[in-house]
Structure formats: C-alpha cells, structure tokens
Ligand binder design. Structure first.
Ligand code: PEP
Ligand code: MG
Length: 325
C-alpha cells in the first residue's frame, strides 16, 4: 500500500470520472514544509500562525514574522499557501498578553475578535504577511468570523496596511486572495451573502462541529457529540460549498474532517474543491479519491443529507465505498 501511495507523490488528484480536487496540508511552522513536499502536498491550506506567538514571553516582531512567512512561501515555490491570521484564545493561550480569565473561552474574546480590538498586534502581522507576499502565492484567511461586519473591518485594515506599504515603496503582490474560515454556524448559514465578498471559504470543522452541537471540543464527556457525519453538519457544509460555487469562488476544508476516510467520499460528492489535512494523510486520501466516481459520490451525498443520524450516514458511506476497493 505504501508503495502504491509513493507513486502518487507528484500526481494530481482526479476522480475516475475526471473531477480534480486539491490536496494541501495543515502546518504550524516553516519546519513542516519538508513533510508537505515529501507527502505530495499541492500547497498549504492552513498555516496556523499561533505557534509563532506561543512558547515565548513576548510578541514576535514584524521582522521575525516576515522571515517565517517568507520561508514558507519560498519553500512551497509558488504553490498556494493559506495563512491564517492569529487565532489565539479558546484552547490556545498567550500568558504574556495577560488576558482576563473567561467563563467560556471558546465563546469569548478570541481570534479575529481580539485582533480587531488589539489592532497593533493584528496590523503587525498583516504588514509581515504583505511584505512576504511577493515571495510566493499567498492567501490570507481570517479565523472565527461570525458576521460580515467583522470580515469587512478586517479586510479594510488589511487594505490600509497595504496602501501604507505601497506608499513607502515596499513591493506587495496584487493577487492576494482574502478569505475566511467557516467555523461558526451563523457564517455557514449566511454563506451566500459572504460569498459575494470573500475570495474563498475554508471550513473549520473542529470548531464548526463544536459550535453546532454545543459540545466543548476539549471535554471528553461530550465527545460523542463530535459527529462529523451528522446530517446537520453535512447540510451546513453543502450550504457553504454551493454558496461559494454560485459566486465563482472556491471552498475548502481545513478541519480534521477533511482527512477522514469516511468523510472524504461525501466531501467529494458535495463538491468540495480543496482538502487540507496533516501532510501524512495526503497520499492515502489521494489514493482513495482516484478510485471514486464524483458523480456517484454526489448521489450518495444527496441521499445521506436526508438520513437521520451520524451512524446511519457512516454505514451508508462505508457500504458505498466498499465496492470501489
Ligand atoms: C477548525 O476549527 O476546524 C480549525 C481548523 O481550526 P483550529 O483547529 O485551529 O481551531
Ligand atoms: Mg478553529
């Protein structure tokens, strides 16, 4: 099996009936790039920049960040790199910011909410990203967007920083796509409206499932509610993908679900364009997708959307996929 996968390193990912999708990697530091290339990643679908800020006692400088972003963009030699702006809060803490303790950190002052208020932190990161943009194919993604207002404000700040850099003679790419993570149910429901303004969506199922099922992703006692195949989740995914396509945009997924063998056939059927997962899952996913028919997975997806439980969907997928192996 490993030998079969190895042959797929430099291959595209195309279903038996000709539908091509993009398989990219989630990374946390520039060191992860080697693994992405070795495992046949077609780019980076989620660069979690939090790690730059963690395990130290002060904020990283603009230049430190610039060097890290540049290293990733150059390391991927022109392949797409989706960088997520700072997503601190919830399970990820930064002791040196001295943020007040919250009753419900996952519902609290985190990610884009914090960045829009602590604007110097946000603007420093955006300047570092903009300066790095001319070294590769950068896409910028905002986390935890709940309203269109937040997206517009974040994008306006990005635009201000860009104009300021250009005024000072700094070169900035003019093809930077700007998108959002869809990890809050309000945003999935309003995807048709967002799709008119964003360049892309990336569905963050780790949080989207947590918020849709109202089940803390860190709490073992409610972990049975982490139900990626629950039709409630699948219907939200469908809304997001359809909304993107209607406006000619692309939709990806960077939560754990994107690399899950049971979910992949459904996501292919729902029309997902980009799957971002840990690098070590890429070849296995490519091998699976190249054996599937997109149109058959589309019919399967339609039928499971009308099913009643996570387990019923899981059984239906396993049954349908068995005949492709
Ligand atoms: C997600 O929520 O699915 C996601 C990819 O982000 P994180 O796991 O970093 O919250
Ligand atoms: Mg998240």
């Amino acid at each position: 099996q490993k030998a079969e996968w190895a042959k797929l390193v430099n291959e595209p990912t195309i279903s038996v009936d000709g539908k091509q999708v993009e398989l990219v990697a989630n990374i946390g530091t520039p060191k992860d790039i080697t693994g992405v290339i070795q495992n046949g990643g077609e780019g980076v679908g989620l660069y979690r920049t939090e790690f730059l800020y963690m395990g130290r006692d002060q904020l990283p400088t603009e230049d430190e960040q610039f060097e890290a972003y540049k290293a990733v963009l150059e390391g991927l030699s022109g392949k797409p790199v989706v960088v997520r702006t700072l997503d601190i809060g919830g399970d990820k803490e930064l002791p040196y910011l001295n943020l007040p303790k919250e009753m419900n950190p996952f519902l609290g002052h985190r990610a884009i909410r914090l960045c829009l208020e602590e604007q110097e932190i946000f603007r420093t990161q955006l300047r570092a990203l903009l300066r790095a943009s001319s070294f590769g194919n950068l896409k910028i993604m905002f986390p935890m967007i709940a309203t269109l207002g937040e997206f517009r404000q974040a994008k306006a700040i990005l635009e201000e920083e860009k104009q300021e850099l250009l005024k000072n003679g700094v070169s900035v790419s003019d093809h930077i796509e700007v998108g959002i993570m869809v990890e809050i149910p309000s945003t999935a429901v309003m995807a048709d409206t967002f799709a008119k303004e964003v360049d892309f969506f990336s569905i963050g199922t780790n949080d989207l499932i947590q918020y849709t099922m109202a089940a803390d992703r860190m709490n073992e006692q409610v972990s049975y509610l982490y139900q990626p195949y629950n039709p409630a989740i699948l219907r939200l995914v469908k809304m997001v993908v359809d909304a993107a396509h209607k406006e000619g945009k692309w939709a990806g997924m960077c939560g754990e679900m994107a690399g899950d063998e049971v979910a992949i056939p459904l996501l292919l059927g729902l029309g997902l364009d980009e799957f971002s997962m840990s690098a070590t899952s890429i070849l296995k996913a490519r091998s699976l997708i190249t054996k599937l028919s997109q149109s058959e997975m589309e019919s399967l997806a339609v039928s499971v959307l009308a099913m009643d439980t996570n387990d019923a969907v899981k059984a239906a997928v396993e049954d349908a996929v068995a005949k492709f192996n």
